[in-house]
Design a protein around this ligand. Structure first.
Ligand code: PLP
Length: 398
């Protein structure tokens, strides 16, 4: 068997062993319900508070502003529906972008079906919105701007601080889906004027099925989950104590490692990008270069090669990567993100996303650079699309 190289850390990460260890006792020993008033549950209430402090510390929020959810999707749904339903029947206007994760896209589409109006901001060829266009999009009835911190497919980081400042000036709430950014790049909700922020533990070595929504003090949004009085009456359901403990500890560890890891991964990322450009003709990098890109993200289009085929070929060599976003792979729809940055269907079908992680080594990068050019070359030799493309290129150069 070949070596195993996991390059899909944007889809999910391995839980840190020390996180798992800390979680374990909350299943088997301190398993009391945090809402119970006897002393057996006190440790659990303390654990929730400690996790709230760990999350708050990572984004410069107050612990009282952190509300635990079942993950990034719920946090995104809560931010959008919670602000919309707070309008008590009055419809209004939301501004978001064409490149959001489906947790935002489909929620905004749902709200549009209920009668809310949505502006879908376009992006440039690097996947970033235009601030002047954002400014022109505000209306008297705009109540929310939701722009993701960093894109899950092509890694583009948005000008969040500038967006936040603009929203604050306009008196409009600003939500950011920071699921791919938390624990990977510095975030300060105060200086960035963020009112609502979504995060998810399994993207920074915590467990799956647990996340949080930061809600700035004073911001009122409607509840999504109705039931008991957990999370100060704002999110019903018995708290997932082991998950919350895992989220808090994983984020604490990620923050300790962040500056070293992001530098290390940036170097590996750029080595892989330049290696691919050197070894594979007609390889198009999707997304920006340098500091506007997530430290761990690489996304290329290889004309003449189907993304799904490429993933299977790489898998046969022990490499786990993805095409499009994890949620839409399996469907043959081209990625909405790649179409939004101006790629045609042929290029967006041949896309490959590789996302590095803490375990990614220099040898892994070398291995990919040995295997990938060979696979692309072999697939292109069999591809009528590649032949057509070469003919087209010849005509242009004559
Ligand atoms: N938002 C972004 C940008 C994501 O990348 C993801 C997951 O891939 C989500 C939201 C959904 O998060 P979760 O899997 O925790 O529901």
């Amino acid at each position: 068997m070949n070596r195993r190289v996991y390059l899909d850390n944007a889809a999910t990460t391995a839980t840190y062993p020390e996180v798992l260890k800390e979680m374990a006792s909350y299943f088997t020993e301190s398993y009391g319900n945090p809402s119970s008033i006897y002393s057996f549950s006190k440790g659990n209430r303390d654990a929730l508070q400690r996790a709230r402090e760990q999350v708050a510390g990572a984004i410069n929020a107050d612990p009282e502003e952190i509300f635990f959810t079942s993950g990034g999707t719920e946090s995104d749904n809560w931010a959008l529906k919670g602000t919309a339903f707070r309008r008590h029947g009055t419809k209004g206007h939301i501004i978001t972008t064409q490149v959001e994760h489906h947790a935002i896209l489909h929620t905004a589409e749902f709200l549009a079906r209920l009668g809310f109006e949505v502006t879908w901001l376009p992006v440039d060829d690097n996947g970033r919105i235009d601030l002047e266009e954002l400014e022109r999009s505000f209306r008297d009835d705009t109540f929310l701007v939701s722009v993701m911190f960093a894109n899950n497919e092509i890694g583009s980081i948005q000008p969040i601080e500038k967006i936040g400042t603009l929203c604050r000036e306009k008196g409009v709430l600003f939500h950011t889906d920071a699921v791919q950014a938390v624990g990977h790049v510095p975030i300060d909700v105060r200086s960035m004027n963020i009112d609502l922020l979504s995060l998810s533990a399994h993207k920074f070595h915590g467990p799956k099925g647990i996340g949080a929504l930061y809600i700035r003090k004073g911001v009122r949004i409607e509840n999504l989950m109705h039931g008991g009085g957990q999370e100060k009456g704002r999110r019903a359901s018995t708290e997932n104590v082991p998950g919350i403990v895992g989220l808090g500890r994983a984020l604490e560890i990620s923050m300790e490692k962040m500056s070293f890891e992001s530098q290390r991964q940036k170097i590996l990322r750029d080595k892989l990008i330049s290696g691919i450009r050197e070894k594979i003709p007609h390889a198009g990098l999707n997304g920006p270069e340098g500091d506007d890109r997530l430290p761990n993200n690489i996304n290329f289009s290889f004309i003449g090669v189907e993304g799904e085929t490429l993933i299977l070929d790489l898998d046969a060599c022990g490499i786990s990567a993805s095409t499009g976003s994890a949620c839409s792979s399996g469907s043959l729809e081209p990625s909405h993100v790649l179409l939004s940055i101006g790629l045609d269907h042929a290029h967006s079908h041949g896309s490959l996303r590789m996302t590095l992680g803490e375990d990614t080594s220099e040898e892994d990068i070398q291995y990919v650079l040995e295997v990938l050019p060979e696979i692309i070359n072999r697939r292109r030799q069999m591809s009528p699309l590649w032949e057509d493309y070469l003919l087209e290129q010849k005509k242009v150069s004559i």
